[in-house]
Design a protein around this ligand. Structure first.
Ligand code: FAD
Length: 469
């Protein structure tokens, strides 16, 4: 059959099929506008069975498939290549919340449900779905699982993998695996669920998932804390973990350059402290009792931290508006950096015990090799995850800055690898980090990954060219 004869595909499934270039365009460029590709067509099936029918057609016709959720991924995984031979399979029309079980604390949802919709459905049932990230209005639960997304509460609740109990997956030849178990214990052989989570669409298509829910907190407070150094921030983290226990739901580090950028680009943004500090930490406390209890715990922590010298000043939220304003200082960093022009970004993970030393050493190395570059360093310190980004030196021509990406990546990632870290903490490999990851992984690890890919997708139809070189 001629794969370009799409009439047979049109007849094969329930849902939309876009072939018009203008209709396809939004599916062919990624959120950062870093990658643009071409596609045979964009299919938007309505049901799991329709997804299976699309994959059976692709399998029969040897047509590669690029699964896509909200298209907010930051590594180019959801964008087709330039050949125009692949089908983009958009899951956004699979958007049913299938069931909520408040007693089992679980929710079953289809892959195209947005993270925001999932959080709202959980809250309506009096429960919390804790995965939380700035793209939550657009990213889908299928995409969150396919990239094993992290976000701001991993410290307390874990990343997408830890929040998932079961999956429904369509295999590359169009069979449906119903692994929608809602069990917290299930040791019955190889964990297929964990293979698909984080596989970035290269092994199969996630069509639905069973996810864990938690009790809603009775009160939430945020503290914006001035700290003299990343080492002091690490000491504060230990203190906060010891004193707040499971109530500590986020612990974010930010350099002063980050906050200065937010103040420059977001009119309402204000540093909530009298004096500037080289570094700041945002602490979120979720309390099971009430606000007074939360306030007492947070004030107690900050008093000891200031006494011990790991904090120098702090502002604690006293209203929901203040809570949001403090969080906005952290969440608006990426967009504010984008408003400054081109960026070079690194999403790295390190053992928490090595972060302070790493930041000191890498800052010195970058200053030596690339004088004038502005480093914009922030991240989820509680998870050992930093976004170690750069903006051009003042007045530096864009082309000159962009040309530094390769050497800068090499410098940063070599240092990360030497410190026992990872070059992609939460954004996946996609095409952005595919070749670099192959450089840092051992031959045996790559061999095992290739064996899994060959076993589950022998025709290499699922998102070819992503994750593995
Ligand atoms: P897409 O971008 O559509 O796809 C991502 C990958 O998953 C692709 O490889 C695609 O092929 C595959 N895929 C998508 N759906 C499926 C499916 N149903 N089955 C199989 N494969 C599939 N990420 C974080 O981890 N933490 C953050 O804090 C964070 N903050 C962000 C903030 C902003 C402003 C933006 C734009 C992005 C951020 N991200 C963050 C990245 C992004 O939101 C996440 O990676 C998200 O999980 C992607 O979901 P998506 O539905 O948009 O997936």
């Amino acid at each position: 059959m001629d794969p370009t004869d799409l009439t047979t595909l049109r007849a094969a499934f329930a849902g939309r099929l876009h072939t018009d270039p203008a209709e396809m365009a939004p599916f062919l460029t990624d959120w950062r506008r870093k990658w643009t590709g071409q596609a045979l067509a964009v299919a938007q099936p309505d049901t799991t069975e329709a997804v299976a029918a699309v994959l059976r057609w692709c399998h029969a016709n040897r047509v590669p498939v690029v699964p896509q959720g909200g298209n907010t991924g930051l590594s180019g995984g959801a964008t087709p290549d330039a050949s125009g031979q692949a089908l983009v399979l958009s899951l956004t029309r699979l958007k049913r919340i299938r069931s909520v079980d408040p007693v089992n604390q679980t929710i079953e949802a289809e892959a195209g449900v947005t993270l925001q919709q999932l959080q709202d459905a959980a809250r309506e049932a009096g429960r919390l779905f804790p995965l939380s990230l700035a793209a939550q209005g657009s990213c889908t639960i299928g995409g969150n699982l396919a990239t094993n997304a992290g976000g701001v509460q991993v410290l307390r609740y874990g990343n997408a993998r830890e929040l998932c109990l079961g999956l429904e997956v369509v295999t590359p030849d169009g069979q449906v695996w119903n692994g929608l178990r809602s069990l917290r214990k299930d040791n019955t052989g190889y964990d297929l669920r964990d293979l698909y989570i984080g596989s970035e669409g290269t092994l199969g298509v996630i069509t639905a998932a069973v996810l864990k829910l938690f009790p809603l907190p009775a009160a939430q407070l945020a503290a914006f804390v001035a700290v003299p150094s990343p080492q002091a921030a690490t000491e504060l983290l230990q203190l906060a973990q010891a004193r707040l226990g499971a109530g500590l739901t986020a612990f974010e580090l930010m350099g002063d350059a980050c906050i200065a950028l937010v103040e420059k680009h977001v009119p309402a943004a204000r540093l909530p402290l009298a004096d500037r500090s080289p570094w700041y930490v945002l602490i979120e406390l979720s309390d099971t009792q009430d606000e007074a209890h939360a306030n007492g715990a947070l004030e107690g922590l900050l008093e000891v931290a200031i006494e011990q010298g790991c904090a120098t000043d702090a502002a604690v939220s006293t209203s929901l508006a203040q809570f949001r304003a403090l969080w906005a200082l952290r969440e608006d960093i990426s967009e504010s950096q984008g408003a400054e022009g081109k960026t070079i970004k690194h999403d790295i993970a390190l053992p928490i015990s090595r972060i302070a030393g790493f930041v000191e050493a890498i800052t010195a190395a970058v200053t030596r090799s690339f004088p004038g570059l502005r480093s914009i360093c922030f991240g989820h310190l509680g998870d050992g995850n930093l976004h170690y980004n750069f903006s051009p030196a003042i007045g530096q021509p864009e082309a000159e800055f962009v040309a530094l990406e390769g050497p800068l990546n090499r410098l940063v990632h070599d240092a990360v690898s030497a410190a026992g870290g990872s070059i992609s903490a939460e954004h996946g490999l996609g095409v952005l980090r595919r070749d670099e990851a192959a450089r840092y992984k051992s031959p045996i690890e790559l061999q095992l990954m290739r064996a899994i890919k060959a076993a589950l997708d022998p025709l290499n139809l699922m998102n070819p060219g992503k994750v593995l070189p």
